[in-house]
Write a protein that binds this ligand. Structure first.
Ligand SMILES: CSCC[C@@H](NC(=O)CCC(=O)O)C(=O)O
Ligand SMILES: [Mg+2]
Length: 368
C-alpha cells in the first residue's frame, strides 16, 4: 500500500461516572484517533495514552508530537507498506509504544479492509464472542461500591475487578464476597500502589478466593513480584510491567506472574500482543484482554484479540455503556455476559460521522 497521509484527531469523551484508581480520577477521556489514508483503503487506530503520564510515561500530547515529528514521516520511506512493516520502520525510535500501536493498528486496519479480512481472522481468533468482565473504580463508601457491583452483575458481567489502594483493599473485597457470595469471579488491580513492605497485608486477600491480584508493585519491580508470589497464594498478574514479548518471557521465567493482562497499546500493537499471547500460552500462563477505556474503535480490536485461544479468563472488554453514554461507533452491547467479535473487514467498525464530530476537539492532517 502507499500511505498518502494520516489524520490525527483529538476527541473528548465524558465518562458516565468518575473512574477512580490508585493513581487518580478520570472524568473525561481525551483520546487521540488516527486515520491512515492509503491508495487501497483507510484504517483507524486508537491511541490509549491517558491525558497525563500517570498510568505509564506516555500521554496524549506526547503521542501527538512523536507521531507528527518522527513516526508518521518515517513511514514515507517504506516502499511496500503493510501492518507488518510498521514496527520495523519505527524500531530505531525508543519507547512510545502506545503511539506506535495506534499507527500500526491504523495501517493494519487499512490493509485488512483492502483485503476483506477481519482483525479476528488475522490475529487467530477461535471464538465468535468473548466473555466480559468489568473494572470497578475506588468509591467513596462500601455501600456505593456494592450498588455498583450489583448493577454490573445484574447487567450480566461475568467477572468483577476492583481497583484497590492502601486503605481500600481488604474491606471492599470482604464486603463484595459477603454480599454476592464466593461464586462471583473476583479480582483486584492495584496499579502499582504497594511495595514489598505490604506483602503480609496483601496476604490478607488470600482467604477471599480472588482470581488474581494485578500489578501490586512498581512496573520495574519484577523481582519484587516474584518475591510476593512466594508470600501470597493469590495468583499475581502483571499489567504495566509487561511491555513486550521479551518482558513477558522474563517475568514468567522469574516467577513474577502467573497470569498476564495484555493491552495492545501498552506493548506496541496487536502484532506484539499476539506474540505475548503465544509466549504465555507456550508457558502455560493464562492471559486476558486489559482495557484503557477505549471507544468502539479500540474496543473492536480488543474483542478480536480476546478471541484468541490463550485468553481463558474474562477480560476488561466491557460494553460501550460501561464508560460512555454514546460511543463514536455502533455500541458494543453485552449479550449474556459476552461481546460478539466483529466479523467485518479490518477492525469491523467505523466511526459514526455525527457522533465523531460531536466529540472532536482538534483535527490535523499530515500528508506524506
Ligand atoms: C484509567 S485506568 C486504565 C488502566 C486500567 N484499566 C482498567 O481498569 C480497565 C479499563 C477498561 O475497562 O477499559 C488497568 O490498569 O487495568
Ligand atoms: Mg491494570
Amino acid at each position: 500500500m502507499k500511505l498518502s497521509g494520516v489524520e490525527l484527531r483529538l476527541i473528548s469523551m465524558p465518562l458516565v461516572a468518575p473512574f477512580r484508581t490508585s493513581f487518580g480520577v478520570e472524568t473525561t477521556r481525551e483520546i487521540l484517533l488516527l486515520r491512515a489514508v492509503t491508495d487501497e483503503a483507510e484504517g483507524w487506530g486508537e491511541c490509549v495514552a491517558m491525558s497525563d503520564p500517570l498510568y505509564s510515561s506516555e500521554y496524549v500530547h506526547a503521542a501527538v508530537d512523536v507521531l507528527t515529528r518522527f513516526f508518521i514521516p518515517a513511514l514515507a520511506d517504506v516502499p511496500e507498506l503493510d501492518g507488518n512493516a510498521v514496527a520495523p520502520a519505527l524500531a530505531k525510535f525508543k519507547g512510545h509504544r502506545m503511539a506506535k500501536a495506534a499507527l500500526e493498528t491504523a495501517v493494519l486496519d487499512a490493509e485488512l479492509r483492502a483485503q476483506g479480512r477481519s482483525m479476528g481472522r488475522e490475529l487467530g481468533a477461535v471464538r465468535d464472542r468473548v466473555p466480559c468482565g468489568v473494572s470497578v473504580g475506588i468509591m467513596d463508601s462500601i455501600d456505593e461500591l456494592l450498588d455498583a457491583v450489583g448493577g454490573y452483575l445484574d447487567a450480566g458481567y461475568l467477572r468483577i475487578k476492583l481497583k484497590i489502594e492502601p486503605g481500600w483493599d481488604i474491606a471492599p473485597v470482604r464486603a463484595v464476597r459477603e454480599r454476592f457470595g464466593d461464586e462471583v469471579l473476583l479480582q483486584v488491580d492495584a496499579n502499582t500502589a504497594y511495595t514489598m513492605a505490604d506483602a503480609r497485608h496483601l496476604a490478607g486477600l488470600d482467604p477471599f478466593g480472588l482470581l488474581l491480584i494485578e500489578q501490586p508493585f512498581d512496573e520495574e519491580d519484577v523481582l519484587g513480584h516474584a518475591e510476593l508470589a512466594r508470600v501470597v497464594s493469590t495468583p499475581v498478574c502483571l499489567d504495566e510491567s509487561i511491555t513486550s514479548a521479551r518482558a513477558a518471557a522474563d517475568a514468567i521465567r522469574l516467577g513474577a506472574c502467573q497470569i498476564v493482562n495484555i493491552k495492545p497499546g501498552r506493548v506496541g500493537g496487536y502484532l506484539e500482543a499476539r506474540r505475548i499471547h503465544d509466549v504465555c500460552s507456550a508457558n502455560g500462563v493464562a492471559v486476558w484482554a486489559g482495557g484503557m477505556l477505549e471507544t468502539g474503535i479500540g474496543r473492536a480490536a480488543n474483542v478480536a484479540l480476546a478471541a484468541l485461544p490463550g485468553f481463558t479468563v474474562p477480560g476488561d472488554t466491557s460494553a460501550s455503556d460501561r464508560y460512555y453514554r454514546t460511543d463514536i461507533t455502533e455500541p458494543f452491547v453485552l449479550d449474556q455476559g459476552h461481546l460478539a467479535v466483529p466479523t467485518g473487514p479490518g477492525i469491523g467498525v467505523t466511526p459514526i460521522p455525527d457522533e465523531l464530530a460531536a466529540v472532536t476537539s482538534k483535527v490535523d492532517w499530515l500528508p506524506l
